[in-house]
Design a protein. Structure first.
Length: 291
């Protein structure tokens, strides 16, 4: 039988060019998102040393800075040393997801330079799916780094608990936030060296004024304003209050207070999610011009 079928009273129809039957159509709306997510996972799988090197900085931050600052004071004992390590642990977690999430933005800048971005733009898929795929890949890679830091949480007194699953969800939310910032910078900046300078200058104040290294309360007027206006402050506070560990993580002295009010963890994560959505929306709008 040939590829052409005829029906009495009808024109011949070529089965090779005929449109597919409606019942056999597969939904492909999520396929670009999945493909771009798998690309980031493939990069991670073929470069395991990247994970190990990415964990060096947060672990040094936790062990060396925590031990060094506490050992500098002869009035503090071992209990206070462990408490301060626990206080620094949320900052080490957040620091661990910064670089892998921002690396998605760097890869996008390189994609533009190599012409891969132009191929993405001519693909018959919505721009929003491309942005979501890149964001999902970056957030997942950041989550892998966060798991690596959580695995050594015992050095800071972090106890095994089902609450660690909640902490992991918060880390994924923070990783998605950093990824959205990296994508927004990537669709705006065309040069790789300029991108790295701008991102490094932007991330340093975000981390330094987030309450990761000192309590966010009782600060001088200008510093208090900067810390409270920093969106990362609320992410660090949410992680600190959720971690199962020493009492310093849940004390009133280390909780974020705004006019005497301690915002709920859900509200803090909701604010971060809203800002992430705005960054992804702006990135989607600018993505078409990033050729």
């Amino acid at each position: 039988m040939t590829g052409t079928d005829t029906v009495a009273g009808a024109r011949p129809v070529d089965s090779r060019t005929a449109p597919p039957v409606a019942g056999n159509r597969r939904p492909r709306t999520a396929r670009p998102v999945l493909l771009l997510w798998r690309r980031e996972m493939t990069r991670l799988r073929h470069n395991p040393a990247r994970v190990l090197l990415g964990l060096v900085t947060p672990l040094l931050f936790l062990v060396v800075l925590g031990t060094g600052l506490e050992s500098a004071s002869s009035t503090l004992g071992r209990a206070q040393l462990e408490d301060y390590r626990a206080f620094l642990f949320p900052g080490a977690l957040v620091m661990s997801v910064q670089s892998p999430a921002i690396a998605v933005g760097i890869s996008l800048v390189w994609d533009r330079r190599l012409g891969i971005l132009r191929q993405m733009l001519v693909a018959p898929v919505p721009r929003s799916q491309i942005v979501l795929g890149l964001a999902a890949g970056g957030a997942t890679v950041g989550g892998v780094y966060g798991i690596g830091v959580l695995a050594v949480g015992g050095i800071a007194g972090i106890r095994p608990s089902p609450m660690l699953l909640v902490v992991l969800a918060e880390i994924l939310c923070l990783s998605l936030f950093f990824t959205s910032l990296g994508l927004l910078a990537a669709v705006t900046i065309r040069r790789v060296d300029t991108f790295q300078i701008v991102v490094n200058l932007g991330l340093m104040p975000l981390m330094f004024f987030s309450g990761a290294m000192f309590p966010p309360n009782g600060l001088p007027g200008w510093l208090d304003t900067v810390v409270k206006a920093n969106p990362l402050t609320y992410g660090v506070d949410a992680v600190r209050r959720t971690l199962p560990g020493p009492r310093i993580l849940h004390s009133e002295q280390t909780r974020l207070l705004i006019g005497g009010w301690n915002p709920p963890v859900v509200a803090e994560l909701g604010a971060l999610a809203g800002l992430t959505a705005v960054c992804l929306a702006v990135s989607t709008v600018r993505f078409s011009r990033a050729s």
